[in-house]
Design a protein around this ligand. Structure first.
Ligand SMILES: O=C(O)C(=O)C[C@H](O)[C@H](O)COP(=O)(O)O
Length: 216
């Protein structure tokens, strides 16, 4: 049964596990477990596997089954069908680049917490009307970045965000310093060429640096 306080608590539990949420696009199913293991062992246990590749659902299922220390969620959840599908394979949470009325409706019945994204104050207000207080802020840099989040803090003191989109190791600390930022999403610790080359050492080093980030 949908409960706004319970939902915010469940999302906070996920976001509190690490300062950074890696956003992953996994092209080869066999990369899923070694990549996730690399990130988890580097101190980034919360993972967003985007539904942008053919094997994404399989990747979520494998990570959920084989890596109990990972908190694997699904990203790029665009439809109610996506949300239902990722719940069935064991995703711990689902996150979207935006929000739709059908997703708000089906999320009330879902067993896993769904995190909508917002880019404007009006979208935050629609989310609040639905009982949501935790949002992805996407695309963070393009939608106003740190200044926009500072602006949201005034009218929406009860809201916390996971900014994502255009953030890297240099920019992340400025977001993490904000009181209304719970964690920061990004793909910078998994460069495309490193993943293609299965360079787990390089990814592990970038992930360790990300795991050590704090606000400043
Ligand atoms: O597919 C989704 O659901 C998204 O929200 C997009 C991702 O969050 C960004 O592509 C990650 O941003 P970068 O760190 O700039 O690569």
């Amino acid at each position: 049964m949908w409960n706004p306080d319970d939902h915010a608590c469940r999302v906070d539990d996920v976001f509190a596990r690490a300062p950074v949420l890696p956003v992953l696009a996994i092209e080869r199913l066999d990369d899923a477990v070694p990549l996730a293991r690399t990130l988890v062992e580097a101190g980034l246990p919360v993972l967003e596997v985007t539904l942008r590749t053919d094997c994404a659902i399989g990747a979520i299922a494998r990570i959920a089954r084989e890596l109990p220390d990972a908190v694997v969620g699904a990203g790029t959840v665009l439809t109610p069908e996506d949300l239902i599908a990722v719940g069935e394979v064991g995703a711990a949470f689902a996150i979207s680049p935006g929000a739709t009325e059908p997703l708000y409706a089906v999320a009330r019945e879902a067993s896993l917490p769904w995190i909508p994204a917002v880019a404007t104050a009006s979208e935050v207000m629609v989310g609040l009307d639905h009982g949501h207080r935790r949002f992805k802020f996407f695309p963070a840099e393009a939608a106003g970045g740190v200044a926009a989040l500072k602006g949201f803090a005034g009218p929406f003191p009860q809201v916390r965000f996971c900014p994502t989109g255009g953030i890297d190791a240099e920019r992340a600390p400025r977001y993490l310093a904000l009181s209304n930022v719970a964690t920061v999403g990004g793909s910078w610790m998994v460069p495309g060429d490193a993943l293609a080359a299965r360079d787990w050492v390089r990814i592990g080093n970038l992930a360790r640096e990300a795991a050590a980030l704090r606000g400043r």
